[in-house]
Design a protein around this ligand. Structure first.
Ligand code: BG6
Length: 518
């Protein structure tokens, strides 16, 4: 049993962009879950802010219509929790760039029972800087003893190193780093948080966690969805900006950090920043060698026709935006010297699968001399299944029963769903809770964000010079050039589980050696 978590302090959550997609799809289900579990109570209030005209009832109805009773993404049982939360939701309409909005906000905050305020910027990124400026101009970020003012900022935080630096500079001129909570929703996922527990609570894992034993690391975030209605955003963003400096680097950092001296937010963020700063910065020629970009063509996936990316609404017909990337990095540190980290992510791929695969080195000496086993003994692998079917697998070799000396690869599997119910959680529950209690562990610090952008900047620079991504078929695992990236190193990508593959142990192929008669 986990220890009970205390209720968050009284707070007003002011959401900019309250009628937008993120608020209804993720924040509201998370707030309902938090109400049900008792993480927030009667002293928690939501004030939505948006450009759409309307009042409290408009927003409540808008959110209510969207949140499903059960089934589907963000599914939560609304019931009593929603009823309690519903009456504590208010709305005000206004223009984020106009002083009038902030004057009204100041009045509402002054009238609220609690002086604790968390501002949540779920808006277009172009509003992040202006909203922080206006909040500061109107004195709304000034903290008083016993009353906090915090700002949660959604991704994307900048579009490259320069813009991320500029945004950090702008907001940090108006409030302290301790008041900013830069969101990366991957850090809200149980399995991502579990990486640190798996490493630092298990001697048998952490003691092998270095270049002496680990051959390489793969991080895959494959999606079956396309770009949908997000063409306008995606075409100026692409797979690299959308997924790598944020989500994939957070996974990489969790895998690669040194043990922090405590689970204190600053201790962990210091270690994470060290890893991101140790990522090797490629020269232009090296970036060309170590990066692949792809774009999906027309085809079919799951029995459905898929139009080519360039035919997506709001995407330029001659777009050279990538919907897939595969990249190789090194973390230049004592622990990780010479261990490649291969990252890949893409849309409209064979399966939805986010996984981290740690492949261990081969055994230094196999006693099965001059036999098949000697040549084919597969390496041990630890697979952290981030989603779906969250869990952890260890691939090892065992003796195949029988008289012949034969080994068989087997997988020791742990599935969260077998022991716990995490299915209704969105991942935003822990992020919002931490925002309310003031724990920045799961949020990105300015230096970490900038280090991430610095490591992908060589690819951004290279690809901005021209050329086109390599085409790949919907339902594939990216273009052939992604396989070639690993093949050059004598390696291949771990095969992801396909949607209808049976769960559990892979087909057992024994590697055998006949015993020699004496
Ligand atoms: C978002 C990206 O940050 O993460 C999306 O903008 C992507 O393009 C999404 O689909 C993936 O998140 P998850 O939690 O669905 O794996």
């Amino acid at each position: 049993m986990s220890s009970p978590v205390p209720k968050a302090p009284p707070v007003t959550l002011i959401i900019f962009g309250a009628t937008g997609d993120l608020t209804r799809r993720l924040l509201t289900p998370a707030l309902i879950n938090m109400t049900r579990i008792g993480l927030v109570g009667g002293d928690f209030h939501v004030l939505g802010v948006g450009i759409e005209p309307g009042g409290d009832e408009m927003l409540r109805k808008h959110l209510e219509d969207f949140v499903p009773e059960k089934g589907g993404e963000g599914a939560v049982k609304k019931g009593a929790a929603w009823k309690q939360l519903r009456r504590r939701i208010a709305y005000m309409s206004g223009d984020f760039t106009q002083d009038a909005l902030y004057e009204e906000l100041a009045k509402r905050i002054a009238a609220a029972r609690s002086d604790n305020v968390a501002f949540y910027l779920a808006t277009q990124p172009s509003f992040f800087g202006p909203i922080v400026d206006k909040l500061a101009d109107h004195g709304l970020l000034a903290e008083k003893p016993g009353a906090f003012r915090r700002v949660a900022i959604e991704k994307p935080f900048g579009t490259d190193l320069k813009s991320a630096q500029a945004l950090n500079k702008r907001i940090l001129a108006r409030a302290d780093e301790s008041q900013f909570y830069r969101i990366d929703h991957f850090l809200g996922k149980e399995t991502v948080q579990n990486i640190m527990t798996a490493r630092f609570a298990n001697m048998m894992i952490e003691s092998l966690w270095n270049s002496n034993y680990i051959d390489h690391v793969e991080i895959t975030a494959a999606e079956t969805v396309g770009v949908g209605t997000r063409g306008k955003f995606y075409d100026t963003t692409g797979a690299l900006r959308d997924m790598v400096p944020n989500h994939l680097f957070q996974l990489l950092a969790m895998v690669a950090i040194e043990p922090p001296n405590s689970f204190d937010a600053e201790a962990i963020r210091n270690e994470k920043a060290k890893v991101l700063k140790a990522l090797r910065h490629w020269t232009p020629a090296e970036a060309a060698e170590n990066g692949v970009r792809g774009v999906f063509t027309a085809g079919a996936l799951g029995g459905q026709k898929v139009a080519a990316y360039t035919k997506t609404p709001d995407v330029a017909a001659d777009s050279s935006t990538e919907t897939f990337v595969a990249l190789k990095f090194y973390v230049d540190s004592w622990r990780w010297a010479g261990v490649p980290f291969y990252l890949r992510t893409g849309k409209v791929m064979a399966a939805r699968d986010t996984e981290i695969v740690i492949t261990f080195r081969e055994v230094p000496f196999a006693q099965f001399t001059n036999t098949e086993i000697d040549r084919k003994l597969p390496p041990n692998r630890l697979i952290i299944q981030v989603q779906p079917d969250e869990g952890l697998k260890m691939e090892i070799s065992i003796k195949h029963p029988g008289l012949a000396v034969a080994t068989a690869p087997v997988s020791l599997d742990f599935h969260y769903a077998d022991l716990f119910d995490i299915s209704t959680m969105t991942g935003y529950e822990s992020l919002l809770y931490d925002l309310f209690i003031g724990d920045q562990t799961l949020f990105q610090r300015a230096d970490g964000i900038e280090a991430g952008w610095a490591a992908v900047q060589p690819f951004l620079d290279l690809w901005s010079k021209g050329g086109k991504p390599d085409p790949y078929k919907p339902g594939s695992m990216g273009p052939p050039s992604a396989d070639a990236l690993l093949a050059r190193d004598g390696r291949h990508w771990h095969a992801v589980s396909l949607p209808d593959a049976p769960r559990g142990v892979p087909a057992i192929k024994a590697v055998s050696a006949r015993k020699k008669p004496r």
